[in-house]
Design a protein. Structure first.
Length: 368
C-alpha cells in the first residue's frame, strides 16, 4: 500500500472511531483565512477533499479576514458564533487560547504519521498549547532578479546588507518582525544565538546599527505583492519578501527571481476552533482531516509553504515532482534541512513580550 493510501486509510478509520458512521450527518462549517493563492491552496488540499467524500465532511464556506482577534473576541463574548475555524498567526494562537477564545482540542483524535508518531510529536517545533492544529511554515527571505549583478552574486543575508559590494536600493517591510533577526545574522550572529543576543544588553542596538548601514538605500513596502514589483521594475536591486510570493512567481510564471535562503526567518501558522462553535463535531472532523500528513503535503501542490508536520515534508520529498504543474517543489520549501542551515524559526514568545517596543523603535527608525 502506498503512503497516500496508508494515510487516507488511517484517517477514515479514525473518523469512524471518533464519530461513528451514523453521526456523519454533514453540517456546513465556516473557515476563515487570508485569501488569495494561500486560501486557494487550502481549499484544494483540505476542503475539496473534505467535502467530496461522503465519509469525511460537508460543505466548507471560506471567509477572508485581515488577522487579529477582534472579530473572534466579539463573537465569543456575544455568544453569536458565525466562524468555526480560523487560520491564525503564532501570537494570536497563544493569546487567543490563553483568553479562552478557542476550544482546547482532544489530542488523541488526530492522525498519526505513517510510522506511528503522534501528530504532536511530528512537528518541527513544540506545540504551544492544546488549542492549535498545525498548518504551514512560511518565511521572510531576500531575493533578487537574475542579471541584476555582474560578477559575484549575492547569496547570504550579509550580502543583502552590503550595498558597497552589491549596489542598489533594498526593499524592506514596514514592521520589525524578522528584519531585526536578519540584521543580527547579517552582522555575524549565528542563527542559534540570535535570540540570546536580542535578550542581551545592547543586542537590539546592534540590530539597529546594522539597519543603519542600509537606511539611505531603503524602499519600504507593506503589501505582499510590492517587493516583487520593486525587484521586477529595477527600482530596488534586492528585497525581502514572503517566500510563497517569490516561489509562486518562479513556479507558475517562470519569473527570473533568485531566492536567498541564508538568513531567512520562518513563521508558524495554525488552525484553531472558535470557542462555542455550533458545529463542533464537523469542525473537529475538518481539523483532523486538514492536519493529516497527506493533506499537509497536498497544500504544497499549490503553494510553496512548508508543512508543519515532518511526515508531510517526507511525503513531498518521496514523491517529486510534486507541484501541480509537474515541477519539483522541494527546492522552494523554506523548511528543508538545506535551507535551514543558517535559517531561524521565529520565537513568538519573544515577540509577544517585546513586539510593542520594537514596533515603536522601528517606526521611529523609518522616520514615521
Amino acid at each position: 500500500m502506498n503512503v497516500k493510501n496508508q494515510i487516507i486509510g488511517i484517517f477514515i478509520s479514525l473518523t469512524f472511531v471518533m464519530f461513528g458512521y451514523a453521526s456523519l450527518a454533514l453540517a456546513d462549517i465556516t473557515v476563515v483565512s487570508w485569501g488569495g493563492a494561500y486560501t486557494m491552496s487550502q481549499q484544494k488540499a483540505y476542503s475539496d477533499t473534505f467535502s467530496d467524500s461522503p465519509l469525511v465532511g460537508g460543505k466548507v464556506n471560506w471567509v477572508n479576514y485581515n488577522g487579529g482577534l477582534g472579530e473572534v473576541r466579539a463573537q465569543v463574548e456575544s455568544g453569536n458564533i458565525t466562524w468555526d475555524i480560523v487560520d491564525v498567526l503564532p501570537s494570536d494562537a497563544r493569546v487567543g487560547c490563553d483568553e479562552g477564545l478557542f476550544e482546547e482540542l482532544p489530542r488523541d483524535v488526530f492522525a498519526k504519521a505513517p510510522d506511528g508518531t503522534p501528530m504532536d510529536d511530528d512537528m518541527f517545533v513544540p506545540l504551544p498549547n492544546d488549542c492549535v492544529v498545525p498548518q504551514i511554515w512560511w518565511s521572510y527571505m531576500a531575493f533578487y532578479k537574475k542579471g541584476t549583478f555582474s560578477g559575484a552574486q549575492p547569496n547570504t543575508i550579509a550580502d543583502f546588507f552590503n550595498v558597497q559590494k552589491f549596489p542598489g536600493k533594498r526593499g524592506i517591510h514596514t514592521w520589525g518582525n524578522a528584519i531585526i533577526e536578519m540584521a543580527l545574522m547579517a552582522d555575524g550572529v549565528a542563527a542559534k544565538d540570535v535570540y540570546k543576543v536580542m535578550d542581551s544588553s545592547g543586542g537590539i542596538d546592534r540590530a539597529f546599527a546594522k539597519l543603519d548601514t542600509i537606511k539611505d538605500h531603503v524602499v519600504f513596502w507593506s503589501s505582499g505583492a510590492k517587493p516583487l514589483e520593486l525587484v521586477s521594475s529595477g527600482e530596488v536591486s534586492m528585497a525581502l519578501a514572503y517566500n510563497g510570493r517569490v516561489g509562486a512567481a518562479i513556479l507558475s510564471e517562470n519569473a527570473p527571481f533568485v531566492p536567498i535562503w541564508d538568513g531567512q526567518v520562518l513563521e508558524e501558522e495554525w488552525l484553531v476552533m472558535v470557542k462555542g462553535s455550533p458545529n463542533y463535531d464537523e469542525a473537529l472532523r475538518f481539523l483532523v482531516h486538514a492536519s493529516a500528513p497527506y493533506q499537509q503535503a497536498g497544500q504544497a501542490k499549490w503553494i510553496n509553504y512548508g508543512p508543519m508536520r515532518r511526515s508531510g515534508m517526507a511525503i513531498l520529498a518521496a514523491n517529486e515532482p510534486w507541484f501541480h504543474n509537474g515541477q519539483n517543489i522541494m527546492p522552494h520549501m523554506p523548511n528543508t534541512d538545506e535551507h535551514m542551515k543558517n535559517g531561524l524559526y521565529a520565537n513568538p514568545d519573544w515577540w509577544a513580550d517585546n513586539g510593542d517596543s520594537i514596533s515603536e523603535r522601528y517606526k521611529a527608525w523609518m522616520g514615521q
